[in-house]
Design a protein around this ligand. Structure first.
Ligand code: NAP
Length: 453
């Protein structure tokens, strides 16, 4: 594994030896560290290239970057592992916008925020790791703490951040709309992004959850989302994907009936192994909700709705939406009278269309959702720590292969989550409570990893 420099090596060695917090706090900080980033002078590199052919391997660089100063409410985190999210893909293909505009806007807010304006955008919105130093205003965390990081970056001096922080005017996603993200050896994180690392998991298993798991928790369970009740039936698109795989677990854990949509027999089998019995293979059943670029096909919506009824005997109470343009018309049609479609994304296109007659006459609801506030992220992390929800780690890459890792997500080639080893030299390290792991069950924790082979 490539090591940045002697200070980084010393930090890594101390963590792997289990050095106490005081010792970690006494180690010299590196002036620079290795990180994955996109470059401001390359944002036009894919002009004219179709979206599907834009290759993150060309735009993502891994190299030394200068260490930023630490603000009073932040910590330096030694990042042991991180993950690829779809926002990693968006950043690396500069769609729908290059992310440097986010950094420049943030930089105008304060002296500390000005650090984020750089010609490199260090990306990554997940991490597990060890706290190295805390800023003078940090109270609840100390060097040596093993943590995971959620990506809700809020200004706690903004009044609009104090009901639901996702409604804050200046709410941002760390490592996407801010600099100094998790795909790096070192990161700068606000103290109010930290959560305890689940003690039964490895670094890479702990690193892949926070973004997708918290998003699905808010969409399905939270008062801010669809508020799923015991017995509810829930249609989940992309049910073995990042957010879909957690959604299926929330439905099962909450006493609901999931209907999972996937695109291959292997993914259907994986869903069955998760305990989801009602499965639709959208490719095998060849749903074509759009006749052409401008016209949707209601007969296809009906065929899809009929298939759901065949599987579970009713229309779904909730639809978990994120493909967007390709599926939203069908989702609005298929959801039960009075039911809720909850959406957080538009992977296939954001200019969406549905038949408003089916929507209003049947009193359906369309609910928007975006990541999760600290309380929701904490609750979702706690469920992982309790072994009620499991990591979806499937493949693992070293930091140097981040472009390849992002490409596999862009091409819809992987199930669940793609982990990235940052300071962790190999897989399998970081389990603090092996007895708890055994109690919860290796088979449940590693289901996606074993499936990926
Ligand atoms: P992912 O791991 O790539 O999974 C997406 C799944 O969607 C795929 O497994 C695929 O499953 C399915 N899919 C893709 N295109 C589809 C289409 N045209 N029609 C039907 N299904 C399709 O990605 P993810 O991490 O789950 O994220 C999904 C989306 O949510 C992304 O756009 C991401 O940016 C967004 N997101 C938003 C938030 C937020 O806070 N707002 C948070 C997380 C993610 P099959 O091919 O097996 O059907």
């Amino acid at each position: 594994m490539t090591t940045s420099n002697s200070e980084v090596s010393a930090i890594r060695a101390a963590i792997l030896e289990g050095a106490p917090g005081e010792e970690l706090a006494s180690l010299a900080l590196p002036e620079s560290f290795r990180a994955a980033y996109v470059r401001r002078d390359e944002v036009a590199m894919f002009e004219g290239v179709p979206s599907a052919e834009k290759d993150p391997r060309k735009s993502l660089h891994v190299d030394e970057v200068a260490r930023p100063e630490l603000a009073p409410d932040e910590v330096y985190l030694a990042v042991m592992a991180s993950s690829i999210n779809f926002n990693t893909v968006w950043t690396s293909i500069f769609e729908p916008l290059p992310t440097f505009g986010f950094l420049d806007r943030l930089a105008r807010e304060s002296e500390w925020a000005a650090r984020h304006r750089r010609d490199e955008h260090i990306i990554g919105s997940d991490a597990s790791g060890v706290v190295l130093r805390v800023g003078s205003a940090v109270r609840n965390w100390k060097p040596g703490d093993h943590v995971t990081v959620h990506c809700n970056h809020v200004d706690d001096q903004d009044p609009s951040a104090h009901d639901d922080s996702m409604l804050a005017t200046n709410q941002r996603i760390w490592g996407f709309e801010t600099n100094f993200g998790g795909l790096a050896e070192l990161s700068v994180v606000k103290a109010n992004q930290l959560m305890p690392k689940p003690t039964h998991l490895t670094w890479e298993e702990s690193a892949v959850n926070a973004l997708c798991n918290s998003t699905s928790y808010r969409m399905i369970v939270s008062d801010n989302g669809a508020r799923m009740k015991q017995g509810d039936s829930v249609l989940v698109w992309g049910a073995t994907g990042g957010i879909g795989g957690y959604a299926i677990q929330y439905v099962l854990n909450g006493g609901g009936t999931p209907v999972g949509v996937v695109s291959s027999p292997e993914r259907a089998a994986l869903l069955n192994a998760m305990g989801c019995e009602a499965v639709i293979d959208r490719r095998a059943e060849q749903y074509a909700f759009w006749k052409d670029e401008h016209t949707q096909d209601e007969t296809e919506w009906r065929r899809f709705g009929g298939r759901i009824r065949e599987l579970i005997g009713e229309d779904p109470d909730i639809v978990f939406e994120h493909p967007g343009r390709s599926t939203l018309g069908a989702s609005i049609f298929a959801v039960k009278r009075g039911g809720t479609v909850v959406t957080c994304a538009a992977t296939s296109g954001y200019m969406v269309e549905f038949d408003n007659r089916h929507f209003w006459m049947k009193l359906k609801r369309l609910l928007s959702s975006h990541f999760a506030n600290y309380a929701e992220s904490w609750a979702a992390n706690r469920l992982i720590d309790q072994g009620r929800i499991h990591p979806l780690l499937s493949t693992v890459h070293p930091l140097d292969d981040v472009g390849e890792a992002a490409r596999s997500v862009h091409r819809n080639e992987v199930e669940g989550k793609v982990g990235v080893l940052c300071l962790a030299p190999e897989e399998g390290l970081g389990i603090a409570d092996p007895a708890k792991r055994e109690r919860i069950g290796e088979d449940k924790i590693t289901l996606f990893r074993r499936h990926a082979g």
